[in-house]
Each structure stands twice: as structure tokens, then as C-alpha cells.
Design a protein around this ligand. Sequence first.
Ligand code: MG
Length: 369
Amino acid sequence: MKITRLTVYQKNLPLKDPYWLSGGRLKFEVLDATFIKMETDSGIVGWGEGTPWGHTYVAAHGPGIRAGIETMAPSIIGQDPRKVELVERAMDVCLPGHLYAKQPIDLACWDIMGKAWELPIADLLGGKRSNGTPAASSVSSGEPDYMMGIINHYRKQGYIAHSAKVGGSDVATEIERIRHIEANRRDNEIILYDVNRAWTRREASIVMNAVADLGVTFEQPGETLDDIAEIRKVTTSPISVDESLVTLQDATRIARDGIADVFGIKLNRVGGLTKARRLRDIAIEHGIQMFIMATGGSVLADTEAAHFAQSIPDAFIRACWSCQDMLTLDIAPGSGPRCVDGFITVDDTPGHGVTPDEKLLGNPVAIYD
Ligand code: MG
């Protein structure tokens, strides 16, 4: 089987409500999504999506995905999409780095492999191990009552997992905000306090030590892995690494040096399923739990994350994220798993099971063949 054509679409995905990270440091209102239709000489078609969370969150850029595909396309056309590590190697040779541009191509290959072998991606990843993963809400940063209002909104939809965005305020306000949310947390709820790199080492030390009695988990409490390694030495609260977990070498360092207890794996950031499954295996081998996310995007991106999450034993998965519930536009009506009573469950449809409506995507921005 050979890849014969890549058709690229760009679509803006508006958010229902403006969203702030790190106390307003970063504001988001629309996501720049890239969709890829991959055709083969066998007639099997695969779909991929790459949607960074704006261009200020991490080193990922919507237009950069499309530029990356243009550069990589000549090396991708003619590859067998079922041989994902050969496609991965071809991409890494012709464009070092830029993992976020490779993930949508990787996803389309996994979709085709699933359709060719008549298995869902979760089974291709080793076997579906779960009958449903808690969906995590993403709680925009703000005053304590504003954040509790968002959590209550998601509770009504059955959500039991929440990623509460903190950081960007003075330490007294941070401590008050975390204690307020924890005082209102229900017994069965999973709440992650996501700092998104906003704290200095000093701020992280003060806040995390002040609420150490709560036993809550802090995600990305510093800018870099070096910062988090130092924060780790002076605090006892569990730590999740998100933005600073990019490569397999990051994962092995975090695991070997005991820098964190949780991996936040974003499939767009780490370059797709082919690379992410190695991070997953490092985590399981070292007793490290995982939060799984696409990074952002439509039901297609969420479904990729859900297949990956459901290849992980329940004991190692905290939650996955359902970004689609934050969007005003659905590009694949009636297709793919939706969040039901706070859980996402993939079915046995071969591949990922999502087919975007091409009329909703509009005219392609590029075709390579
Ligand atoms: Mg995070």
C-alpha cells in the first residue's frame, strides 16, 4: 500500500467562551486547526488533525503545521502508511524537530492501518483496556467563585475530572484559590492544579508548601524541566509534567530522576501516537500515571486522545480531555465518540472512527500528490 495524495484543509474552531491561562497571561478565542485527508493506492482513506492551543501556549503554530506538511509531503508520498515507524523516520529525516507538524500525518497513517487491519486504534496500540476514560474539563483561570462556576457547569454534564488553571497571581491569592476549590471538591472528583509554567521557583515553593496538607497535584509548576527538578527537592506535593515533556529523552529523565509522578501527554506536542506510545510505556514501567490530551481540536483530535487513553491500564490513567465541548463548530456531526455522563469511550470502528464532513471544512488549502 502506498500514500498517493495528501489534501490539507484549514479551519478556525471558535471557542464558546474566551479562555485564560495563567491568570490572564494567555487568552484564547479561536483555534487554528489543520485537517489532512490521506489517500492510498488501495482506496483506503485516512484522516488526521493537528490543532495547537493557539501559538502562545507552546512552540507549536497552526500555519507551521501546514508549512511542515508542504516540506514533508515529497518524503511522505509513496510511503506505506501501515509502517508508521518508517513514515516517522522519513518525517524526522526531512524535517528535524517540529513534532507538532508531524502528528496529523501520523494520525492519518494510524487511521489507515486500522482500516486495513479492521481494528480500532486502541487495539493497534496493544489492546483496548478500558470501558471509558473520565473526561477532564479545562477550567479557565480566574477568581475562585468564577472557577467554581465553571466546575459546576461541567459537573452538570457528569464530569468528575477538572484541570484548574492557576498561576499568574500573588502567592496569597494562589493559596486562597486552591484552598477554596479544594474545600468545594466532591469526594469522587479529580482536580489537577495546572500552573502552565507561570510560577518562579520561589513562588512554587511557597504555594506548594503552604497547601502540602491537601495532597493535590500540581502540573508544570515551573518553566523548564530544570526548574521543576529543583522545585521537586523543596516540596512534597505530587507533580505532573506537561509542557516540558516532549521527547523520549525527557520522559526517561523525568522517570529516572523522579522529577514527577504524572505525565501530561499531549499528542500534538509529542509528535503523534507513534512517539507517544513510547512515553506511555516509560510511564507504566516507572509507576507514573498519565493525563492524555490532543492539545486541542475537534472530535477527531479528542478521539485520537481517547484511543490512546484507552490503551492504558485504568490504574495509570487519570483522565483525558474533551476539547470538542468547548467549541461552537462540529466538523464531523454524528461521527466519533462524544462525552457521555463525563466519560469518553471509543468503539470498535476500524481506525479512529471519525470522518470529517468535507463540506464543513471548505476548500482545501493544498493538495500534494
Ligand atoms: Mg497542562
